[in-house]
Design a protein around this ligand. Structure first.
Ligand code: LLP
Length: 442
């Protein structure tokens, strides 16, 4: 699916989402604007939950908040019964202050600090995914200084090369993430974790990458985890209560692209876990999956207003919008491809145009070639599948103001602002001192 499930064109050809015209939302909240459809988020949470529950006796769905964290969105994730994966002190504190239950939070990260680990312990979070030996050093110190307990998973680097952008591969041998099995790093980590008071090693985790459209790498990761688990049982007598093949299922960005199927994914992964557990003679452990993009990506739509249009005869027509690489770095960073439409007129014919942003950078192009129906200044451009890793990676480059976010789809025809647009005042809030005023002088 490319668009949120509640998106339709009304009889006048206007795009409506959750029963609200996008043009009305743009008029009320300004642009660039990000819209999230609550109905789509809930449907995707349930698709994961139900498919996992149907395919496997004990499963857990953990939303990877790095794809997009918003307090209102977390409310939906919590209500749908999912857990939450965070990767920094910032995400952790944000989630807890927003009211997400700490006992359902999992902390990831390849370079967690002592402060982040102590914070996690004080907040009483559900689990920590241990990534490396430096982190184990920190946990040993923490066990002495701040007694308490931690449930931990050990992140294994499975050495699997999934087909995705180089920057999105996380499970290849040459990766900063996870512990390698072959040189004995992972086994040594198990031995060390078992010796730390208060640390309970619950199982093993692997993550092969993101925006993965084929299912085999997930199965391969499961097999590696169980092979390792069997070895650890033989050496240390430890049995995994949980196995997690991470997240990473892709989504559709362009019409006609194949759409990865959540139910097929869940069935395949669950089948792989059940088979591997039987083969290695383990009780079937809890299966945890960790989707981010495939829950939130299709629920989000970016809305921009067209300004300047530049025609270079015989070469190209640039249609410039009021956002760009500051709110969506993915095209510039990964060559990610998107499609677009106009909010108030369907269709598209004539020569394709280049959809450029407003940042002072030639690479600030959102879409290299897209066909739109005669775009003019003032038109609203909408980009689907913009819910994941756009706002989450947004910056203030050129001191642009980060967009407002509106939630629709809670009730037909209703919309609510869930994050206000940044203001010029916000840009100065962290500044210390002013032109002409030297700090420290008396
Ligand atoms: N679990 C772990 C340990 C991860 O590292 C990630 C993503 C996920 C779960 C969620 O993966 P997802 O289901 O969202 O694919 N900025 C990149 C994606 C980076 C993903 C990093 N890790 C992009 O825009 O494509």
């Amino acid at each position: 699916m490319l668009w949120p499930i509640t998106a339709v064109r009304d009889p006048q050809g206007e795009l409506t989402i959750g029963g609200v015209r996008v043009s009305e939302l743009a008029a009320e909240y300004g642009t660039p604007l990000y819209l999230y459809d609550a109905a789509t988020i809930r449907a995707r949470c349930r698709a994961y939950r139900d498919a996992c529950a149907a395919a496997y006796p004990r499963s857990r769905v953990v939303y990877a908040g790095k794809a997009y964290l918003g307090a209102a969105i977390l409310g939906i994730i919590a209500e749908e019964g999912l857990w939450l994966d965070v990767v920094s002190g910032g995400e952790l504190v944000f989630a807890v202050r927003a009211g997400f239950p700490p006992e359902r939070i999992v902390l990831h990260g390849n370079n967690k600090s002592a402060e982040e680990l102590a914070l996690a312990r004080r907040l009483g979070i559900g689990e920590i995914v241990v990534d490396n030996h430096h982190e184990i050093d920190l946990l040993e110190t923490l066990a002495r200084e701040l007694p308490g307990s931690f449930d931990v998973l050990l992140r294994i680097n499975p050495g699997i090369d999934a087909h995705t952008h180089e920057y999105r591969k996380t499970g290849i041998v040459d990766s900063k993430f996870g512990l390698l099995i072959a040189p004995g790093d992972a086994a040594r980590a198990v031995e060390r974790l078992l010796a730390i008071p208060g640390v309970r090693l619950r199982g093993y985790h692997a993550h092969v990458g993101s925006q993965i459209n084929e299912l085999e790498p997930f199965v391969a990761a499961v097999d590696v985890l169980f092979g390792f688990a069997a070895e650890m049982r033989a050496r240390f007598g430890v049995v995994p209560e949980q196995i997690s093949p991470g997240g990473g299922l892709g989504i559709q960005y362009l019409a006609g692209e194949p759409e990865p199927d959540i139910a097929a994914y869940a069935e395949l992964v669950a089948g792989a876990v059940a088979r591997a557990a039987a083969r290695e003679e383990f009780e079937p452990p809890l299966l945890a999956v960790e989707p981010g993009r495939s829950i939130i990506g299709p629920a989000g739509v970016a809305v921009y207003r067209v300004g300047a249009i530049k025609e270079i005869p015989g070469i190209r027509r640039y249609v410039c919008v009021d956002g760009g690489m500051g709110d969506n770095i993915r095209p510039a960073l990964y060559g990610a491809e998107y499609t677009a439409e106009l909010a108030d007129r369907a269709g598209g014919d004539g020569a394709p145009v280049t959809l450029a942003g407003k940042y002072c950078e030639s690479g600030d192009v959102l879409i290299g070639a897209v066909t739109l129906p005669e775009p003019r200044a003032g038109d609203l451009v909408v980009i689907p599948a913009a819910g994941a890793y756009c706002l989450a990676m947004a910056s203030n480059y050129n001191l642009a103001l980060r967009p407002a976010v509106v939630l629709v789809g809670e009730e037909e025809g209703a919309a609510r602002l869930i994050q206000r647009r940044e203001t010029y005042d916000d840009l100065l809030t962290r500044e210390v001192g002013q032109v002409g005023a030297r700090s420290g002088s008396s």
